[in-house]
Design a protein around this ligand. Structure first.
Ligand code: ADP
Ligand code: MG
Ligand code: MG
Length: 255
C-alpha cells in the first residue's frame, strides 16, 4: 500500500522511560488528508516526532511503514528523502541563518540525488510564487529563520517550507494554533494548494475551524496514547459541541 501505515505502535520517552504511545494504529493512504484530534498530553506530538525519527523517543513495539519502507530504525534525513515532512508545533528560531538559505538547504537535502541539482533560479521563482500564495512579504526570504517572527508568521513559514520541499506526506502539528482568521485562511490555502493524488497530510488540531477550509477525508480521535475512534468531518463538529467527555462515555473509556 502507498501511504503511511502504523501498527500497534508503542513509544516511550527515553528521558524518563515513560510509555506515551500505547498501541497506535493509523493508516493514511496516499492522496488523503487526515485530521488527528485529542486532549492535551495524549501523545499527538509524540506520534508526529516519532514518525520523523526524533531521538528523544524509543519505539518499543510495533511498526511504522511509509510507501512500503519500514521506518523504525531509519535516520530522520532518510525519512525526509522518502518524502516525509513535519511542520512543528513550536518552530525554532536560528539567528544568523537566512530563511531562504535554510529552505534551500532543506530542498537540496531532500531532493538532491547525486548529479541532480535544484537551480538557484527555479528555487527563487518557486519561493516567490509560494510566498505570494501565503501573502508573505518578500523581505521574509532575507530575514533570519523565524527570528522576531510573530506566532502566525512562524506558522506561515512552516507552510512555506512545506510548499518548497513538496513532501509526499506532511505532518502539521497544531499549525492552526494561535492564528487569526486571515492567517488561518492563508495557511489553509497553502495546504489546499498541495493537494494531489501523491500528497497526503496528517493535521493535528484542537479546533474544527481549520477543517472547514481544509476538508479532511478522515478525522481520528486520540486519547491516552491510542486512536480510539474515527469518522468524517462531522466527528470534529461533534467534538466542538460536546467536548471529549461525551465521546469517552460513548466509548466506555475510563481514562
Ligand atoms: P499532545 O501533543 O497530545 O499534547 P505530547 O505528545 O506532547 O501530547 O505529550 C504526551 C505526554 O508525554 C505528556 O505528558 C508530555 O508531558 C510527555 N512528553 C512528551 N515528550 C516529552 C519529552 N521529550 N520529555 C518529557 N516528557 C515528554
Ligand atoms: Mg499539546
Ligand atoms: Mg502536541
Amino acid at each position: 500500500m502507498m501511504g503511511l501505515k502504523i501498527r500497534n505502535l508503542h513509544v516511550k520517552i527515553k528521558e524518563n522511560n515513560r510509555e506515551v504511545l500505547k498501541g497506535v494504529n493509523l493508516t493514511i493512504p496516499d492522496g488523503e488528508i487526515h485530521a488527528i484530534m485529542g486532549p492535551n498530553g495524549t501523545g499527538k506530538s509524540t506520534l508526529s516526532q516519532t514518525i520523523m525519527g526524533s531521538p528523544r523517543y524509543q519505539v518499543t513495539q510495533g511498526t511504522i511503514e511509509f510507501n512500503g519502507h519500514q521506518l523504525n530504525n531509519m535516520p530522520t534525513d532518510a525519512r525526509a528523502r522518502l518524502g516525509l515532512f513535519i511542520g512543528m508545533q513550536y518552530p525554532m528560531e536560528i539567528k544568523g541563518v537566512k530563511n531562504a538559505d535554510f529552505i534551500r538547504e532543506a530542498v537540496e537535502a531532500t531532493h538532491n540525488t547525486g548529479d541532480h541539482h535544484v537551480s538557484i533560479l527555479s528555487f527563487l521563482k518557486a519561493m516567490h510564487k509560494n510566498m505570494n500564495i501565503l501573502d508573505m512579504d518578500d523581505s521574509y526570504a532575507e530575514r533570519y529563520l523565524n527570528e522576531g517572527f510573530s506566532g502566525g508568521e512562524k506558522k506561515r513559514n512552516e507552510v512555506l517550507q512545506m510548499m518548497m520541499i513538496q513532501p509526499k506526506l506532511a505532518i502539521l502539528d497544531e499549525i492552526d494554533s494561535g492564528l487569526d482568521i486571515d492567517a488561518l485562511h492563508v495557511i489553509s490555502r497553502g495546504i489546499n494548494h498541495m493537494r494531489s493524488p501523491h500528497f497526503s497530510a496528517m493535521i493535528i488540531t484542537h479546533y474544527n475551524r481549520i477543517l472547514k477550509y481544509v476538508k479532511p477525508d478522515v478525522v481520528h480521535v486520540m486519547m491516552d496514547g491510542r486512536m480510539v475512534t474515527h469518522g468524517g468531518p462531522e466527528l470534529a463538529d461533534r467534538l466542538e459541541r460536546e467536548g471529549y467527555a461525551g465521546l469517552r462515555d460513548d466509548l466506555g473509556l475510563h481514562v
